[in-house]
Design a protein around this ligand. Structure first.
Ligand SMILES: O=C(O)C1=C[C@@H](OP(=O)(O)O)[C@@H](O)[C@H](O)C1
Ligand SMILES: C=C(OP(=O)(O)O)C(=O)O
Length: 411
């Protein structure tokens, strides 16, 4: 049994940084993720005038319930949608002029449902781009609050941004949501808001967020469940065993449900109170699976799918087309170049069994494409990558770390 020390959760770290910045008092974050996304998020807060003290394993954030200390800032959100979507909402609840820009890919990704919701709350927000994307500028003067409608069919992050901001408004928010994707991420948001002293209630499809701000706390960050999927998949693929400590029955992240997919395919899964173990059995069955709730793990499954004994069909993952790249097409393209038969539709992909040929994987700058095909590379020696360094978004050092796990397994 190999215990894999997976780095901290990107989603939990980003939310914890937001909540700590907005809280009254000094928050201690334990074992935050050190990666480009979370570094960018913390740097964005610093740019806005928050005090973020970063040690190796512990970060301390001095909260500012009234909002950013800076009255003017230019924040570069890099490739991180968490920063690009959460930080403008945080800034809007303060006072000042704040501009947000991001990488070329993040500039292409949607933000309009969120920015339209902020505008309907009276926030002065302008896009430099005609299509309602980044860059954007917020001329902030607090948010009174009120009722809004939100289409969250392209990203749950629009809802998370508004939920997190709700307690910072004068009168609170009532958010009526349609078409939501990635629901477990909203559950993470609600659970973490509770830990910082804010209780959201629900009335059908409406989220009711009371005013009243947040309280600082001491917050341990759990390992990243999407990252864990690579080690679980690798164990299933190679007949080895991977235990991820710190991700058990109490875990916040929905992506841990990826182990249910592996179990259905034939792997053995053991979920303890504070750890999860996947053991490969030498068998991988083909399946049809809806991954709407856990779509960051779609590339993990797609990359190992050719090794199943029947077709693997992944459904309801339209929004993977608007991530770090069009993930449905990027997976299909790489699998086809490996000689695998693949079909795609608007929101699905079907992968047939086969023996992938070693090719140079086109990463499209997407960490998940790189890490997923690295896992599949266990069974396809000679696999290389056009941009191995793109893993830095959530796991700098992934390739070396994975090589260490392989060495321990002897595969
Ligand atoms: O809120 C979050 O932390 C995230 C939500 C998900 O995005 P969508 O809601 O856009 O699917 C997920 O893909 C992303 O990696 C992180
Ligand atoms: C989609 C992802 O990130 P982002 O937070 O930029 O949406 C991801 O990490 O797979």
């Amino acid at each position: 049994m190999t215990v894999v020390a997976v780095p901290g959760s990107k989603s939990v770290t980003a939310r914890a940084l937001f909540l700590a910045a907005a809280a009254d008092g000094v928050t201690t974050l334990r074992r935050p993720l050190l990666s480009d996304d979370t570094d960018g998020f913390a740097a964005g807060l610093t740019e806005l005038g928050y005090h973020v003290e970063r040690g190796a394993d512990v970060w301390r954030v001095t909260g500012r319930p009234a909002g950013p200390a800076a009255d003017r800032a230019d924040v570069y959100c890099r490739d991180a949608a968490t920063a690009a979507r959460f930080l403008p909402a945080l800034a809007a609840a303060g006072t000042g002029t704040f501009r947000f820009d991001a990488s070329a890919q993040m500039r292409r990704r949607p933000v309009a449902p969120l920015t339209e919701a902020l505008r309907s709350l009276g926030v002065d927000l302008t896009h430099e781009d005609a299509d309602g994307r980044l860059p954007l500028t917020v001329v902030a003067d607090g948010i009174k609050g009120g009722a809004i409608d939100l289409d969250a069919s392209l990203s749950s992050q629009f809802l998370t941004a508004l939920l997190l901001t709700g307690p910072l408004t004068a009168e609170g928010l009532r958010i009526r949501v349609t078409g939501i994707v990635s629901v477990p991420y909203v559950e993470i948001t609600l659970a973490m808001m509770r830990r910082f002293g804010a209780e959201v209630t629900r009335d059908g499809d409406t989220f009711i967020v009371p005013p009243g701000g947040y309280r600082a706390t001491d917050y341990p960050i759990e390992p990243d469940a999407s990252t864990a999927s690579y080690f679980f998949a690798a164990a299933a693929l190679s007949g080895r065993s991977a235990t991820v400590a710190g991700l058990g029955a109490e875990a916040l992240q929905g992506d841990l449900r990826f182990v249910d997919v592996l179990r259905e395919m034939g792997a053995e899964v053991e979920t303890g109170q504070d750890a999860t173990t996947v053991t490969g059995t030498g068998r991988l069955r083909g399946i049809t699976v809806n991954m709407r709730d856990i779509s960051d793990t779609m590339p993990t499954l797609a990359a190992i799918a050719p090794f199943a004994d029947g077709p693997v069909r992944i459904e309801d993952v339209y929004n993977t087309r608007v991530k770090e790249c069009d993930r449905l097409e990027a997976c299909a393209e790489n699998l086809r170049r490996q000689g695998i038969r693949v079909e795609t539709g608007p929101d699905w992909i079907e992968i047939h069994p086969g023996v992938p040929a070693p090719v140079r994987i086109a990463c499209h700058g997407d960490h998940r494409i790189a890490m997923s095909f690295a896992v599949a590379g266990l069974r396809t020696p000679g696999t290389t990558f056009d941009d191995p360094g793109c893993v830095k978004k959530t796991f700098p050092g992934f390739h070396e770390f994975f090589a260490g796990v392989r060495a321990e397994w002897g595969v």
